[in-house]
Design a protein around this ligand. Structure first.
Ligand code: PBG
Length: 335
């Protein structure tokens, strides 16, 4: 924190108190001294892709968010591009799920197909892919399960395989969201070995075991059939541990580090940004979106205003990039 100039808090007879309101009196003044400016370039728009054609299925708990077939996805991406949003992140829902999440690393899988189509139609749009198994496994866990245990070392090999198929299909950035140990190293190694040395990794580095993912699991059909994600995602009570997680991921080769969720973890975003100075992303997750939508629809809050206020708070906390379901709406306001 910057300290105020010497004498700032001194009172004199001529100025018995400071008039901090002076610079708030007009919008012109306010905008001249504004410290944080949101930009459309900050946004990454999450998209859910499903098999089939002409499918546009609204997610019940996320008004305005749809499961889209590839043809519809391309239309959506065109709109995203036109709005000045530079990037999307793709989540896939496969035709069939199995114990080992085969759909995740199938070169003709749903996400791989979607990437190829988008990169062909809209090559300038940055395509990021979520790398995880939870949408592809029958049990809904992020890795291979034995009994009640979610296995680490075999799972990261599959994640590396998944990331490679995404890169081969043309993904610009891969984003592992599992929180297993050693996954960034495994993915970096596999990408490098296959000549994808210049494909960046955006790591979900400090990802908490959060109740705010509820609506996403409706959208991605990835709710675990038993147990939960607490053996790999972080305890919401911890902050120092987040720095350890982020540091390990940077050492293993992460190019962008993410904090997730965003709104209840603004302190973590700030610490991560201050400590490492890395390109830092914040995931404004599904539950954060749905709460604002619900309250807005009930007339309890001014939805647009609260949307912009929360997005600004994430940037103010230190986020360079914000993954948000609000991207299109916010971009329209910023135009
Ligand atoms: C896992 C993944 C999740 C989200 C993004 N990637 C869900 C989870 O960990 O259960 C949540 C995003 C959101 O809530 O918007 N592949």
């Amino acid at each position: 924190m910057e300290t105020p100039p010497v004498g700032f808090y001194e009172r004199t007879e001529a100025e018995p108190f400071k008039r901090l309101r002076r610079l708030r009196m007009t919008e012109a003044f306010r905008s001249m001294v504004r410290e944080t400016e949101l930009s459309r370039k900050d946004f990454i728009y999450p998209l859910f892709v499903v098999p089939g054609e002409k499918i546009r299925h609204e997610v019940k708990s996320m008004p305005g968010v749809f499961q889209l077939s590839v043809d519809q996805l391309v239309r959506e991406c065109t709109e995203v591009k036109t709005l000045g949003i530079p990037a999307v992140i793709l989540f896939g829902i496969p035709e069939e799920k199995d114990e080992v999440g085969s759909g995740a690393y199938d070169e003709h899988g749903i996400v791989q197909t979607a990437i190829r189509t988008i990169k062909k139609e809209i090559p300038e749009l940055v395509v990021i892919t979520d790398v995880c198994l939870c949408e592809y496994t029958s049990h809904g866990h992020c890795g291979i399960v034995r009994g009640n245990e979610i296995l680490n070392d075999v799972s990261i090999e599959l994640l590396a395989k998944e990331a490679l198929t995404h890169a081969q299909a043309g993904a610009d950035i891969v984003a592992p969201s599992d929180m297993f140990d050693g996954r960034i190293q495994a993915i970096r190694h596999t990408l490098d070995e296959n000549d994808f040395r210049n494909t960046p990794i955006m790591s979900y580095a400090a990802k908490y075991a959060s109740g705010f993912y509820g609506p996403f699991r409706d959208a991605a059909e990835s709710t675990p059939k038993f147990g939960d994600r607490r053996s790999h995602q972080m305890d919401p009570a911890n902050s120092n541990e987040a720095l350890r997680e982020v540091e390990v991921d940077i050492l293993e080769g992460a190019d962008i580090v993410m904090v997730k969720p965003a709104l209840s973890y603004l302190d973590i975003i700030r610490r991560v940004k201050d400590r490492f100075g890395m390109p830092t992303a914040a995931y404004n997750v599904s539950g954060e979106y749905s709460m604002i939508k619900a309250a807005g629809r009930n007339g309890w809050i001014d939805e647009q205003r609260v949307m912009m206020e929360t997005l600004t708070s994430m940037k103010r906390a230190g986020a360079d990039l914000i993954l948000t379901y609000f991207a299109k709406e916010a971009a329209r306001l910023l135009r």
